[in-house]
Design a binder for this molecule. Sequence first.
Ligand code: MN
Length: 268
Amino acid sequence: MSTAPTPTLPTDHITHPGPFDVIGDVHGCLAELTTLLTRLGYEASEDGWHSPTNRTAVFVGDLVDRGPDNMGVLRLVMAMVRQQRALCVPGNHDLQLARHLGGEPVAHVHGLRGTVEEFVFETVEFRLDVLHFYRSLPSHVVLDHGRLVVAHTGLAEEHHGRESAMIRHLAAYGVAHGEIERTDVWKRHAWLAGYQGAAVVVYGHTPAEGAWWKGNTINIDTGCVFGRSLTALQWPSREIVSVASSTTAGKPGRSFLTRSDLALDDAS
Ligand code: MN
């Protein structure tokens, strides 16, 4: 009998076959999100957004910070998740906001200040609602019988389907202890260099000039809040759907990733 600790497995969705629309970092860009959902065939109704063809949206995290309508994005995504029309994994910005809402002292940097200011106009119930929503999210999701993994910064194969405080930090921040590595892409996504897994890993976190495949991995953060685009990866068709951004909330902490940053040659 093994004495190893038994992890809690995020298996709730592993047999969910999709089809999915995995959506990159939204960062409060409500207008671009509704445009993208419309482009993907979703429709707005009285009880929120849904897909008439039973597609499921999967948010790669970083719903908030820097953009113009963080509360609107939270309301939209929380309603979809609660109605089982979407799944969501937390990004570093989401976990920092959750820490703030939970009463922890958190520096109001990287756009958190603006999000906190939006909460001034919200009820205590809504604050608690958001806190409970974030606390309910799994660190990452394994979907389509293990063929698809979605984590904010990506995740090494050895951690797929496992859950722990360390993996929660690793999936959201890219590092184990909650600090943010701003400049080195291989430190921000340390798992990426050696990834040989059979599962496709979809991630965001670091704005890139394009949504490019690198083996079985793809970064779909195309910098919506910085004026570029909001991108979805459709699964299993692997089609990329992007909408142009009309939001320009300053510059990212580093320049956008290029193909050469990811060691991709021009032909791949
Ligand atoms: Mn982000």
